[in-house]
Structures are given as C-alpha cells and as structure tokens.
Design a protein around this ligand. Structure first.
Ligand SMILES: N[C@@H](CCC(=O)N[C@@H](CS)C(=O)NCC(=O)O)C(=O)O
Length: 215
C-alpha cells in the first residue's frame, strides 16, 4: 500500500496513527503545504490528502480509508465492541473531522498565514470559547473510562491530532476536565504518538518536540 500525506494535516495524521496502531505497513509519500502534488491531483478529483493506494484501488476520503482498513484487516481492534460502542466511536470520528475541525481550522490558518504568528482577539476569543465547549462535551462522553471505545480506537486516532494541533497553536487543555487531560497524556505515551508526530508545524517557529506539548 501507498499513502500520500501531509505531516501536519489532521486527516492524514489520523490515518497514520491508525496504521501505526494496527501494525499495517504502507509506503509513505510526503506532500508539502500548498503544493499541488501532481500524483495527488491525478489520483484524487478533490486534490486533497490523504490518498491511499492498495493495488488498483485508490481511496481519497480519510474516513473511507479508515473504514476500508477496518474491513480489510480483521486483526485491527480499533473499531471493536458492541454496535452501540462502534456507533459512538464513528460519531466521535465524525465530530472530530467536522465540528472540531471547523472550530480549529480558521484559527490555525490565520496563525499560519500571518506574519507575526498571531490571530485577532475576536477569533482567539470565539475559538477558545468553542474549544472549552468541545472539551466539556468530550469529557462528559469519556467519563471515567481510559479510552472512548473499549480500548484505544478510531475515535482516538481522529481526536489526537486535533488536540495536539490545538495545544501547539496555543489552545491549552482546560483544568476543569482532568479526565480528558489524563486521557490525552495516556495517548501521548503510546509509541504511535511519537511515530506520527509532525516534525514541524507551519507558522510555528520552533521544531515541535514532545516536551513543547505542555498539557
Ligand atoms: N474530507 C477530506 C479532507 C482532506 C483535506 O482537507 N486535506 C487537506 C489537508 S488537511 C488538503 O489536502 N488540502 C489541500 C492541500 O493541502 O493542498 C478527508 O477526510 O480526507
């Protein structure tokens, strides 16, 4: 299998976490931000990454890629459990890709595109407020469990990149949700976290090291 990806793209990062956690091998081809990679343009009518190639099959939506890998590699345990548990994992996957993505993306993009790495006060305030609401929602769903599913799941693969991006770009985790903080710390300790962590984030000067991820 081959995977076209961009290091800091949360959709790609999700797929790379899934591959790491499932022990599925794929040859990775890195694409840079703003680069219309000719292979990606030729393979994907949307022109986006990730793109997964498995033999003759070309897949270009990250959620579809994940579902394909779950179906095709029965050894993965990342979508295990009852139909209720699996539905809730899928719901969180969608919440992460859509709602959380929509809250964080304008904030990250403004930092990325600005000269001084800053956002307007108005955007900071609205994003920070929504980020707290997101954490409240997730903390309530997590409760006293270690992970959102029966164990580390597709929900974690989707959420970890969003959390890491939020923290790196200046939206820390709120002290009011200790169970969620503990969850993220638990996720960070897994080998898949270091293996998939981008080496750099556009708009942020320093190379991001694990110790920079203060939580
Ligand atoms: N719904 C798509 C979204 C993919 C997406 O938006 N990828 C962005 C990067 S995060 C992209 O490739 N943008 C075009 C570019 O970077 O040139 C998925 O889940 O795969």
């Amino acid at each position: 299998m081959k995977l076209y990806y961009r290091q800091d793209c949360p959709f790609c990062w999700k797929v790379r976490l899934f591959l790491q956690e499932s022990g599925i091998q794929a040859q990775e081809f890195s694409v840079q931000l703003g680069q219309m990679h000719p292979d990606v343009v030729a393979l994907n009518p949307n022109g986006t990454v990730p793109v997964l190639i498995d033999g003759e099959l070309v897949l270009w939506e990250s959620a579809v890629i994940i579902e394909y890998l779950v179906d095709d590699f029965s050894k993965t345990s990342l979508l295990d459990g009852s139909s209720v548990t699996r539905a809730l994992i899928r719901q969180l996957h969608s919440y992460s890709d859509n709602r959380i993505g929509k809250v964080l993306f304008p904030f990250i993009k403004q930092i990325r595109d600005s000269v001084n790495g800053k956002v307007t006060d108005e955007l900071y305030q609205s994003t920070a407020n929504n980020w707290v609401i997101i954490q409240e929602t997730l903390a309530a769903q997590l409760g006293d469990k270690d992970f959102f599913g029966e164990n580390f799941s597709v929900a974690e693969c989707a959420l970890i990149p969003r959390f890491a991006l939020a923290i790196v770009y200046g939206l820390p985790l709120n002290d009011d949700f200790p169970n969620l903080k503990a969850w993220f710390q638990r996720c960070m300790k897994r080998p898949s976290f270091m293996a998939s962590l981008p080496e750099a984030f556009p708009g942020i000067d320093q190379m991001i090291k694990l110790e920079n991820l203060q939580i």
